[in-house]
Design a protein around this ligand. Structure first.
Ligand code: NAI
Length: 389
């Protein structure tokens, strides 16, 4: 790669993480933020992260000095003038992204790639303010960026082949696993993962089980590392709710993505999760977490219902060419640590079984939310034809 200097705009959680990854990969990095405190904080955090890496034997003192020296801090966009790529990781508001992208273009060279780490906004829209819009691309890291191996690469309709090729090669040279996603709401992970939260919330709202029991079903029976409510408490109910709402409206209010009142109320009440001390669970010192009802039959029903909804979403993403089969499975295992790729899981369960569970839900509720993906139906039909030959 001939990109030597990397610019990162926004020194918050994601920007700082991306800057660390780029510096550890050997690039000079300039981290820019309008807020001087955010830059100070990022610099302090790097020192403590690097010290921990030294303690664990994952970094030498020399490497720490070398990496720290590669990162410079600035509050001026002018510092991006000699960068080969700038990755934006600022607040998730389209008007602000539009303003900064047109400002950036006045400073960087003509061939500098302008990337956004947005989770939910359209890359085509972000690029629309650029004169040379073929240089825009989505490069979506997962939190924490230095630890999570997955990066979604999202070319917009304006993106040139060379922008795509360079971006993908660059991110892979940083040791990341890339998947290619269409510029559609939620890309791969934030679209396909919606039922993990939404269906769990619905099961709770129907009074089928409490938070702890649903979490137990998904971890003990399903093999997920974390149950949905524990995970939402980690992500923050405010953040998770905002993503759900944005995906829902971006899909023209498709009922499959409908947000939940339970989560909305938790968020409104300030029950964000771990960061506020209380979410679905109470994290105050001395408070014991509630115990699940370890009923295997109930647990299996909960797990099956959430899993088939996830599989349905993965099939629909494949059906609408959001990504390849391999990339959809890779995205869910490397981006959100699912124990298996959902499409592989579907094959193991038998597509007939998955479809029949979805059809049961669809017929019981009569809600569009449960409609099986046409692609899943087609695959089941083809399998039958194949087997009867
Ligand atoms: P954050 O709130 O931690 O950091 C944002 C930073 O941008 C702040 O330091 C703020 O001072 C700075 N900023 C705001 N407006 C600015 C401007 N006009 N010019 C320069 N700096 C400005 O946000 P976070 O969580 O790091 O998210 C950043 C982006 O990454 C968003 O687009 C978000 O959707 C996306 N993202 C977030 C993930 C997460 O788990 N937090 C995961 C993947 C993507």
């Amino acid at each position: 790669m001939n990109i030597s200097k990397v610019g990162v705009l926004g020194a918050g959680t994601m920007g700082a993480g991306i800057a660390q990854v780029a510096a550890q990969a050997g690039h000079r990095v300039v981290l820019v933020d309008v807020n001087a405190d955010a830059l100070d904080q990022a610099e302090k955090n790097f020192q403590s992260i690097f010290s921990r890496l030294i303690e664990k034997g994952k970094m030498t003192k020399e490497q720490m000095i070398e990496t720290s020296n590669k990162i410079s801090y600035s509050s001026s966009f002018d510092s991006f003038s000699n960068c080969g790529i700038v990755i934006e990781a600022i607040v998730e508001k389209i008007e602000i992204k539009h303003a900064v992208f047109s400002q950036l273009e006045k400073i960087v060279s003509d061939d500098c790639i302008l990337a956004s780490n947005t989770s939910s906004l359209s890359i085509a829209s972000i690029g629309s303010v650029l004169k040379h819009s073929n240089r825009v691309i989505g490069i979506h890291f997962f939190n924490p960026a230095p630890l999570m191996p997955l990066v979604e690469i999202i070319p917009a309709v304006q993106t040139s082949e060379s922008t795509l090729k360079y971006s993908k090669a660059l991110i892979e040279s940083w040791g990341k696993v890339t998947v290619l996603a269409k510029d559609t709401p939620g890309f791969i992970v934030n679209r396909v993962a919606r039922p993990f939260y939404g269906e769990a919330l619905r099961i709770y709202e129907e009074g089928i089980a409490d938070f702890a029991t649903i979490d137990w079903a998904m971890t003990a029976i399903g093999g997920f590392k974390m149950g949905p409510f524990t995970l939402m408490d980690y992500i923050g109910n405010d953040v998770n709710y905002a993503v759900t709402e944005s995906v829902f409206s971006a899909f023209y209010y498709d009922p499959r993505f409908k947000p939940s009142f339970t989560q909305k109320r938790h968020s409104e009440a300030g029950f964000y999760g771990r960061k506020s001390g209380r979410g679905y669970y109470d994290y105050a010192q001395g408070v014991e977490l509630p115990k699940p009802i370890e009923d295997t039959e109930l647990g299996q029903q909960i797990f099956d219902r959430i899993l088939v909804m996830l599989i349905n979403e993965a099939f629909d993403a494949l059906f609408l060419n959001v990504a390849t089969r391999e990339d959809i499975d890779l995205a869910m295992t490397k981006g959100v640590n699912y124990p298996k790729g959902l499409l592989q899981w579907a094959d193991e369960l038998g597509l007939d079984n998955v479809l029949s569970k979805l059809e049961d839900l669809f017929s019981e509720y009569g809600e569009d939310r449960y409609r099986p993906s046409p692609f899943l139906k087609r695959k089941v039909r083809e399998n039958h034809l194949f087997n009867s030959k």
